[in-house]
Each structure stands twice: as C-alpha cells, then as structure tokens.
Design a protein around this ligand. Sequence first.
Ligand code: AMP
Length: 395
Amino acid sequence: MNILVINSGSSSLKYQLIDTSTENVILKGLVDKIGSVGTNPTNTYTLNGNKVSENVLAKDHKDAIGIVSKIIIDNNLKVDGIGHRVVHGGYKFFESVVIDSEVIRYIEEFCKLAPLHNPPNLIGILSCKEIMPDVPQVAVFDTAFHQTIPQYNYMYAIPFRYYEKYGIRKYGFHGTSHRYVTYKTAEFLNIDVNKANFITCHLGNGVSLTAVKEGKSYDTSMGFTPLEGLIMGTRCGDIDPSIPLYIMEKENLSISEMDKILNRESGILGVSGISNDMRLIEEEYLKGSEGNERARLAFEMYCNRIRKYIGAYYFELGKVDAIVFTAGVGENSPITRKKVLENIELVEIDDEKNNETVRGKAGIISKPSSRIKVVVMPTNEELAIALDTERLLSK
Ligand code: AMP
C-alpha cells in the first residue's frame, strides 16, 4: 500500500509517501512557515531522488495539504491511505484507530490537554478529509503506547479531584518511537517481545525514557505534558515545582511568560547559554578545561539525569534485557552513550562498537560479558505510522 504520513505542526507540515510493501519512501517533504507574515512559506521535497525547493502560497494547513495533493496528482502517484501523527489521545486511545466522526470529536476534546499540538493535528485531518475525501485516514497517537502504565505510576500525589476534574495524570509521549524500537529490538535480539524488558532511551530534541515491561510501557519520563523528566534541548525536565512559583513572584511574570522560560529557554540551552544543539555542547565538553564551562556542566547534567532514570527504571523492572538508545543523540553520539553508562557493574560498553554504531546503524554496543545488553536502534516514526495505517486499513 502507498500510505501518506502527515505530521502537522503549528506552522509546518511534514509529509512522506511510503510504499509499505518495500518500506521505500517515494516522496518526502516539508511545507514550512505556514501562515507566516513577512517571509514566504516554502515547500521542500524529494521525489524519486530529485530535490525541489519552492516558495508557495500557504496561508493555512488546508493550503499546505492542497500543495501536497497537487504533487501527488501531478506525478500520478497513488495514495491508499493517510496516517496522521496525533500527539494526544488522552485517556481514550490505547492504539491507532481509523478516523471517523467520533474519533475527531475525541481529538477535539483532547486539544485542551495539548493546546499546541492537537489543534494543528486536527486541522491536518479535516483538510485531508476535504481535499481527499475518498482516502481513508488513521490516527496514530504519541500517548497510546503508554496507556498500559499502571495507575500507581501515572498518578501525581496532588488532590485526587484534579485527576477527576481535569484529567491531570501522566500520559507520556514519544510513544510511537518507544513502541517501534521495542518491537525492532526484540526482533533484532531474537527474543519474544511479550517477554522483553527494556529501557528505551529516546534522546532527540525532546528526550524521554520508557521502562518497557513484557513489551508494554510500564513507566515513562514525560508526564502530563512533554516537559517532565529528562533535561532536553530547551525544556527543563524535572525541577522542584515551587521554583516557577518563586520566579513568577520575584519577576512578576505571567503564566505564559513562565511557560516560555520552562519550555523554550531552559534545558541544555538555558544552562549552557550557547546552544540547544548537542553537537556543539559535545564539542565544548571534549575540549576539557579549554572548553566552555557551562556547556560542560549542561552535558554532565544531561547525561547524569539519564543515568539516574535508567537506575530507577532498572529497579522498577527488576530485570532488564537491554538498554536501547534511539533518535538524533541516541543514534549518533557515542560520547553520550558512554558517559551515561560508564562505571556501572551491570554494563560493559565495547568502545569500538560504540564508536562505529552511528548514522542510522543498528547494533549491540555492549561486550558479550555485559550483564545487560546495550543496543542502538534507529527510530522511524513515519514508517511506524505507515505500517499501523496499512494494518488497520487491510482489516
Ligand atoms: P531528533 O529530534 O531525533 O531529530 O534529534 C535532534 C538532536 O540530535 C539535536 O539536538 C542534534 O544536536 C542531535 N544530534 C544529531 N546528530 C548528532 C551527533 N552526531 N552527535 C550529537 N548529537 C547529534
């Protein structure tokens, strides 16, 4: 089947047309700066190996979907189904679903839980429905994999009424990636996924860890929103919840100003003061005492937080078959992987394998004598969405 995968963000639309029988990407592109004033929206795409970059008229997401649909029609491409990345499936969706009016109503309801993400996801769905009405659509939720987390792990110790009134609980994110690498790693290690205990580490722009018990999510580091947990490019992760209250009072800040500080000005960028790009931070770290001191501090904080979570998840799971690294940093940074796992008696990293496992390669980077295996497994959320869409539409 040819599946069009749509990832509709606040001002961008990422798209891929994937042939699920070969897993080949036929068309891949990005409409960027949708609705922007002052600069032109652009569409950059690759079709049959040819790269095209053009200015486009895209005042909203419907225009952007129209542009994608025109490329498909002009090039006689076939679309059998559309798979949408939807960030929040709330308490309702345990797995991907074929989109109907009831599903749309729930995605709308969960806009209140993900006000930055679900509205553009929904607009993407409604625009496809209008422009390609005969093509069936599937929603694949970032939260769905984490719906198996037991209540004692997803509740917060605040008055219970807030859970009942507003649905305040841990939902977890990056679920499509954690699920994909869980299944891929089980296959790679030739073990039954239903018996596999993993700690999956998605280290990208956003960072989250999941404790996978018998193939299912048992605990995860992101929470009610993607702000909780690890230190990220610009997000703070875990902090004492009274800190924002204290700063807001001292500096007379509004809720949205504080929200911006925690989400966009904190993390690696906030501590280092130079960048949220791990490549630059690592460079400074590797210079030792010659390097930028705060970049070094940010790197040490980042790695130690991951290490702390891995330790906690090891005890939660009781037995771990593999620690799995994925996403931009997880797949490409031997230094981070080494630093996170150095001097742990259960883990022995093979330096040579660690150094050569980069740029989309899967591999075991621990020594055969290591009590816990360490695996690098490239994630591919678009392919996971395409495969789910195909599975549901073939039923
Ligand atoms: P993602 O969100 O998965 O696309 O990951 C993006 C992150 O991966 C960015 O913070 C990049 O700095 C980081 N990244 C990409 N390549 C490397 C690399 N070779 N070493 C360290 N970090 C990298």
